[in-house]
Write a protein that binds this ligand. Structure first.
Ligand SMILES: [Zn+2]
Length: 69
């Protein structure tokens, strides 16, 4: 899983959709798992698990991903 770079529900690649509004719905291995605001966040259980934490900026998420791969 490309944590933080794709919606965990619909797999939208945020690198190709930089204007997407995302919510942090969970964490995995210290990374944010993101879903699109709305339907995806609800399907991901965002109402239960969502945090008030803002997603890291896309550029930062890409940077972390590239640093690990
Ligand atoms: Zn989505």
């Amino acid at each position: 899983m490309v944590a933080g770079l794709v919606c965990i529900v619909c797999r939208t690649d945020y690198r190709r959709a930089p204007d997407a509004v995302t919510l942090v719905v969970a964490h995995h291995s210290g990374r944010q798992l993101l879903a699109c605001e709305g339907v995806c966040a609800r399907m991901a259980g965002g109402a239960v698990h969502s945090t008030d934490e803002p997603p890291l900026p896309l550029v930062e998420r890409v940077h972390r991903y590239e640093a690990e791969h």
